[in-house]
Each structure stands twice: as structure tokens, then as C-alpha cells.
Design a protein around this ligand. Structure first.
Ligand SMILES: C[S@@+](CC[C@H](N)C(=O)[O-])C[C@H]1O[C@@H](n2cnc3c(N)ncnc32)[C@H](O)[C@@H]1O
Length: 276
């Protein structure tokens, strides 16, 4: 819901990097009396991460659409949360978008979307992709569940790991990447964000809720480039500060390389080599 709040805010800007009309709907449905993410305690956290969610959302939108145009006609959104990409992006005909998350998260989203795409109340367009919701726990055998939902490992896929890597301990991050790699035909694309924890970010998180103190678990055991390359992926890794500057947005304080109390943040894309 925190990510949805930031996407809703971005959608109100004149110079928005994307328009997500679903984000506010999710917030309203989850918190009819007002979202805790709209109150003062969230302000410090939102200030710390600044424009990170806006910049990453746009970057990952562009990456996924480019991958589909280049031949990946199946897209997998891992731990999709309140991501509305199946509904808001203009997918070329023939694209299938799978999204994985807990069953209750996907059921909540489906109910909100249905209320807005079904006449007479609904005004939002139906998705241009074939959308397949896959209830799954990423700690269990989700590759099997995904295959049963129709994913074809012989065809290239575009994978998204957004807002999840940093929350995994190193061994869980490695298992996730190994599973993605084993399901990926040559030419598949993987898009992700990652960021370091810092005193600044931890303090800001705890001001929202003490439960968020240990949200950061470190993620990959090494830099993203060798981590991906070791498994046959050809990665391009960019600092989020540079991408923010490209969009004329301030560098997110929590990922500002010039601050001693901050960490670094990255956005990465990788293509699986044909010669793996
Ligand atoms: C920070 S959100 C990221 C959501 C989304 N990718 C985005 O960037 O908007 C993390 C999501 O991971 C999901 N999640 C956490 N643990 C999971 C697990 N073991 N299996 C499946 N989903 C999980 C949560 O339900 C939540 O929706």
C-alpha cells in the first residue's frame, strides 16, 4: 500500500512519469476511512526514498514493454503487490502477463479491478494482455504452480522482481534467481531494482512502524553485475541517482551516493545469453 500511495501521488503530477489510476482505488478500498500512508508518520519515509518509486516504475514499464516488443510474449510479475501493470500498460496483442503473490493479495486486487471494469459502475478499460493471476508463496514450489498456470519455459519471458530483492536474505535471493534462470529460455529478460539499507532509511522506516525495522535483509551476496553474469545473464546496471537525474527528478536521499548516511540504489535489466 505504501508503493500504491507513491504511485497515486505521482499520477497527480503534471510531469508524471506514468499514470496509475488503480493505485488510489486500491488505497481507498483497503482503507475507506483514510490510508495510514497519507498521515504524517509516512512523510519521513516518503521523503527518504523521494522519487525512487516513480523513477523505478517508469524504468521497469519501459523495460518490460521493450522486452515484449523484442519477442518475450510472456511476462511474469513476481510478488506483484499493488502493481497494476497487467491493466494499465498497452500490451501488444498475444501477450500473457502472469502475476504471483499471496492468494489474499490477488483476490483483493481482482475485486477492486472488477468493480471498476464492469459496467455500469466501471469506467476503466479491460487489459490488453491475457492476465493470469497465480496465487503462490515464493518460498514454496512456485515454478510448478506457474507451469500449471500455463507458463511455457521453452519460450522467452520477461521477468520482474520489483521491490523484493532487498527484502530477501542472500540465500533466498540466490534461490529466486536460480529458479528464474532455470525457467528462462535464451533471450529472456529480467528487470529488477535493488537498494542498500542505511541509517537514514532504517530510521525513516521505523517512524512508519517498528515492524518495518528489519524489512531490509541484504539481498544478493555480491554486486548485481557479477551475481547475474555468473548465471548466464548479460546485465546492465544503473545507479538510480543517474536515472532520476535523466528524468529531472531529485536524487532520492536514501540512495544518494553523495551522502555518508545513505546507501546506493540500482535498476537493472539483463538478457539471458543465447549461448548459455
Ligand atoms: C514491497 S511489495 C512489492 C510489490 C510490487 N512488486 C511493487 O513494486 O509494487 C512486496 C510484495 O511481496 C509479497 N510477498 C511477500 N512475501 C511473499 C511470498 N513469500 N510469496 C509471495 N509473495 C510475497 C507481498 O504480499 C507484497 O505484495
Amino acid at each position: 500500500m505504501g508503493v500504491a500511495a507513491l504511485r497515486a501521488q505521482e499520477s497527480l503530477r503534471q510531469d508524471r512519469l506514468f499514470d496509475d489510476p488503480y493505485a488510489q482505488l486500491f488505497l481507498d478500498a483497503a482503507h475507506p476511512a483514510g490510508s495510514p500512508w497519507s498521515t504524517g508518520s509516512a512523510a519521513g519515509f516518503f521523503h527518504a526514498i523521494g522519487h525512487q518509486v516513480a523513477v523505478r516504475t517508469r524504468f521497469l514499464d519501459d523495460t518490460l514493454l521493450a522486452a515484449v516488443r523484442e519477442g518475450c510474449d510472456q511476462v511474469v510479475l513476481l510478488a506483484s503487490g499493488m502493481d497494476s501493470r497487467p491493466f494499465r500498460l498497452a500490451w501488444p496483442p498475444g501477450t500473457t502477463v502472469f502475476e504471483l503473490d499471496f492468494a489474499d493479495v490477488l483476490a483483493f486486487k481482482a475485486a477492486v479491478i472488477a468493480s471498476r471494469t464492469t459496467p455500469p459502475a466501471g469506467q476503466l478499460a479491460r487489459p490488453t494482455c491475457r492476465h493470469v493471476a497465480v496465487p503462490a508463496d515464493l518460498r514454496e514450489d512456485w515454478p510448478q504452480t506457474l507451469a500449471e498456470a500455463g507458463f511455457d519455459r521453452r519460450r522467452p519471458a520477461a521477468w520482474l522482481a520489483e521491490g523484493i530483492l532487498y527484502a530477501l536474505p542472500p540465500e533466498a535471493a540466490a534461490l529466486l534467481l536460480d529458479r528464474i534462470t532455470s525457467l528462462s529460455a535464451p533471450g529472456s529478460v529480467l528487470a529488477m531494482d535493488h537498494g542498500e539499507d542505511s541509517e537514514l532509511l532504517r530510521t525513516a522506516r521505523v517512524s512508519v512502524s517498528p515492524d518495518l525495522r528489519d524489512l531490509w535483509q541484504g539481498g544478493p551476496s555480491e554486486d548485481l553485475k557479477p551475481w547475474l553474469a555468473r548465471r548466464g545473464w548479460d546485465p546492465t546496471v544503473r545507479d538510480i541517482a543517474d536515472i532520476a537525474r535523466d528524468h529531472r527528478r531529485p536524487v532520492p536521499p536514501a540512495f544518494d551516493p553523495d551522502r555518508t548516511d545513505a546507501g546506493r540504489g540500482w535498476l537493472a535489466t539483463a538478457r539471458l545469453s543465447e549461448r548459455r
